[in-house]
Design a protein around this ligand. Structure first.
Ligand code: ZN
Length: 253
């Protein structure tokens, strides 16, 4: 059984000391394909370097909403340059985070809209982070004609979910689905098989029973099992459809 981790952050400081064993453990657990997601331009350059030297690993280029204050005229040109590389398979992560508000909301909106346009122009998928910003994200997804994306680590409400599905977007679930207090099972069941992705979001959000520890891609089978349980489908089915979906979404076929 092979799995695709559609969203992890292998350039994070948490992996600085031991990335090789982390990747070896992932392969041993069947997690043979991964996309490492960048949060700013420097990170995207590092992610590209890592993708170039690692089998089964691709990268993204984008500016995270936490970094939206650094968005300026040179950002899009820099992302466009990185996105021309074959290992870069997506724009992002981009989006809105009105929970932490690490950057002013106006700047987050501007930065997100610019990346939606870029993704549409380059015909690349966009990886979207939305926290406490369902209505604003849904409005932009609805207006973003030509952009196709994923609502990553989905924790939003039914309206955002339906808007994303109506727009043809993918929905990705993380280890949060395994938490005891997770209350979104109904939404996990609403996503059609062909729109479903799995992710670890490593090093964050380790699934139960590793909750609180550093997350890593080898823990993805735990999230796969949790999603399979919620949806009452076989583990192998979820592994297989999410792997095929990720390959198609990132244009790897
Ligand atoms: Zn992430």
């Amino acid at each position: 059984m092979n799995l695709f981790d559609s969203h992890c952050h292998l350039t994070a400081g948490a992996f600085e000391q031991d990335l090789e064993p982390v990747l070896a453990r992932a392969r041993a657990e069947g997690v043979t394909e991964l996309v490492t997601i960048a949060s700013d331009l420097d990170d995207a350059a590092r992610a590209l370097g890592l993708a170039r030297e690692t089998d089964g690993l691709w990268s993204s280029a984008g500016l995270h909403p936490h970094e939206a204050d650094h968005f300026d005229d040179s950002t899009i040109a820099g992302l466009r340059r990185l996105a021309a590389e074959p290992e870069v398979v997506a724009i992002g992560e981009a989006g809105l985070d009105f929970h932490y508000d690490n950057a002013p909301r106006e700047r987050q909106l501007e930065c997100f809209e610019a990346q939606l346009s870029l993704a549409a122009e380059l015909d690349l998928p966009i990886v979207v982070h939305s926290r406490d910003a369902d209505a604003e994200t849904a409005a932009l997804v609805r207006d973003a004609t030509g952009a196709r994306g994923v609502l990553h680590c989905f924790t939003g409400g039914p309206e955002l979910l339906e808007t994303g599905l109506d727009a043809g977007w993918m929905v990705s679930f993380s280890g949060i689905v395994s938490f005891r207090r997770f209350d979104g099972a109904d939404l996990v069941r609403r996503v059609p098989d062909d729109r479903l992705l799995l992710e670890t979001d490593s090093p964050y959000l380790a699934p139960v029973p590793n909750r609180g520890r550093r997350n890593e891609p080898s823990f993805l089978p735990l999230t796969c099992a949790a999603v399979a349980g919620i949806r009452d489908q076989a583990l192998e089915t979820i592994a297989d459809v999410t792997r095929r979906n990720a390959r198609a979404f990132y244009g790897l076929d």
